[in-house]
Design a protein around this ligand. Structure first.
Ligand code: ADP
Ligand code: GLC
Length: 476
């Protein structure tokens, strides 16, 4: 089985969030779990470390675009542990950021077109083109119309994975024609409330759909969490599955992690104390190792529950805990974190910006409690990373957080974190207090840590479920 995975980001080439982690790990997992011939196709960004590339394998890929023929290069790498092809189109991708430009829709439509040309150039057609998020909506639409006329793609099937329904890639429908989407059916698939919406076209035209947890697969079919597309997801619910993301335990493993101060595992957690010391030093906080460290790492957007954190932060500090935050995003939240730090510099450590992998690993290893009070969370990866590092997650019961975190039950000794349901600061605080009471009882705390560290969230199970979907779609 040959599968080409299209993505806008993948570790270690480019990352802004969880999609990067998932796309970096899935091809390798598919190869290991089911011997699938999986490869990755993504843009070559200015940020991508050229040392990761083996070399340019194509320098003249022809891409028909806007009435002209463009020549682009393709670079090859095996840095993820599976073959990756990086499309080198400087006009669209030699820019400082991955997203955030007014022509993003053109950039990723161009990428989709180039990716399909590349697959063709490789000679034998993929069985499945597996796209991710709105950026791949264009490829889903194009394959849908192309396979009727292009024998090369006649038997290729498509799967679109939704990592976040809120990001839809809307643009001016006047651009559709210039991008080559001229057929009536295709244009209709893009159209929603007078705009062209890349994700909608993908959801409409992909052969199968998936999202990144079971719970989120249900939630996005409701009006409240459907972002205007719930009707379409309900209409196609028999084609939609929820597959919870895995963790790449080669990358996120406290027993071998090169970024952390000392190694540790479920049987012997003593190294975690060294990691906590390292974390406190890194943030210039006093080395008071018995005080709990409450941490958060996330994009600073409303989705992540920053309004609740803003309301609850003062009370969290009143418990005597340290608070450590890493994030980049909306200015109002950056300002809030900065002022929290200025108000209590001995208790609050803040890094504003995208720090890359090392600091995220050091925080996971050194913290005691990890907060994810998300409004919604398709899957969430940090709660799973936290568990593996003996850092206890406090999460809101939504999406993948609800599927992966089990509330601690004192009587049974079961559970690996703390969950609350209502999106409200007092509900978050209730769970934080409960966690900190348990932290004060070392035996109880160790129990919760070990329950989390021993949870198996590896990619193997998820990879096998993707293979089931690929098989099903190939029979269509
Ligand atoms: P999302 O994809 O919605 O951002 P996830 O929990 O799935 O949420 O994944 C977030 C990933 O991005 C994690 O690997 C996390 O460590 C990383 N991350 C988020 N913000 C930063 C940042 N400012 N610096 C470094 N890593 C970050
Ligand atoms: C999205 C979601 C996050 C998920 C990630 C990877 O960015 O917000 O919940 O873990 O994609 O699937």
């Amino acid at each position: 089985m040959r599968v080409a995975i299209l993505t806008s980001e993948a570790v270690p080439f480019a990352k802004t969030g969880g999609l990067g982690d998932v796309a970096g790990a899935l091809p390798k997992a598919l190869r290991a779990a089911a011997d699938v011939d999986a490869s990755l196709v993504l843009p070559l960004y200015e940020k991508t470390d050229r040392a990761l590339l083996r070399g340019q394998i194509i320098d003249n890929l022809e891409v028909e675009w806007g009435g002209h023929r463009h020549l682009v290069g393709v670079w090859y790498s095996e840095a993820t542990g599976a073959p990756s092809f990086l499309i080198d189109a400087p006009r669209y991708f030699a820019r400082p950021e991955i997203y955030g430009y007014s022509d993003d829709h053109q950039r990723f439509a161009f990428f989709s077109r180039a990716a399909l040309e590349l697959l063709k150039r490789q000679g034998s057609p993929p069985d499945v083109v597996h796209g991710n998020d709105w950026q791949s909506g264009f490829a889903m639409a194009e394959l849908h119309s192309r396979r009727g006329i292009d024998p090369f793609y006649a038997r290729t099937r498509t799967l679109l994975s939704v990592h976040n329904l809120a990001y839809q890639g809307a643009f001016d429908p006047a651009d559709l024609a210039r991008m080559g989407f001229t057929r009536r059916e295709t244009r209709d698939a893009f159209t929603q409330d007078g705009a062209a919406v890349a994700l909608k076209a993908g959801l409409m035209l992909a052969d199968a759909l998936s999202t990144v947890s079971r719970r989120y697969a249900e939630e996005i079919q409701t009006r409240e969490q459907g972002y205007g597309l719930d009707w379409l997801l309900r209409m196609r619910r028999d084609r939609l599955v929820g597959i919870t993301n895995g963790v790449d335990y080669e990358v996120w493993n406290p027993a071998t992690d090169p970024h952390i101060a000392a190694h540790f595992g479920a049987d012997d957690l003593s190294g975690k104390r060294e990691c906590k010391r390292d974390l406190l030093r890194r943030f210039h906080l006093p080395e008071e190792l018995d005080r709990p460290v409450v941490a958060i790492i996330s994009r600073l957007v409303a989705q992540k529950g920053y309004d609740l954190i803003r309301q609850a932060a003062g009370k969290i500090l009143e418990t005597g805990a340290f608070f450590v935050a890493l994030g980049a995003g909306a200015k109002e939240y950056e300002d809030f974190l900065q002022s929290l730090h200025d108000h209590a510099p001995q208790r609050v450590g803040v890094y504003i910006g995208y720090a890359g992998e090392p600091l995220a690993h050091r925080i996971e290893a050194g913290a005691d409690v990890f907060l994810m009070p998300s409004q919604y969370e398709p899957c969430g990866l940090n709660q799973m990373y936290s568990m593996r590092y003996g850092t206890v997650p406090v999460v809101r019961a939504t999406g993948g957080l609800d599927d992966t975190v089990e509330n601690f039950d004192r009587a049974k000794g079961s559970g690996n974190g703390f969950k609350f349901a209502r999106y409200a600061a007092d509900a978050l605080l209730g769970s934080v207090y409960e966690a900190l009471y348990c932290y004060a009882e070392p035996d109880v705390w160790l129990r919760i840590q070990r329950n989390g560290m021993r949870a198996d969230n590896s990619w193997a199970a998820a990879a096998r479920r993707y293979v089931e979907v690929y098989n099903a779609v190939m029979r269509m």
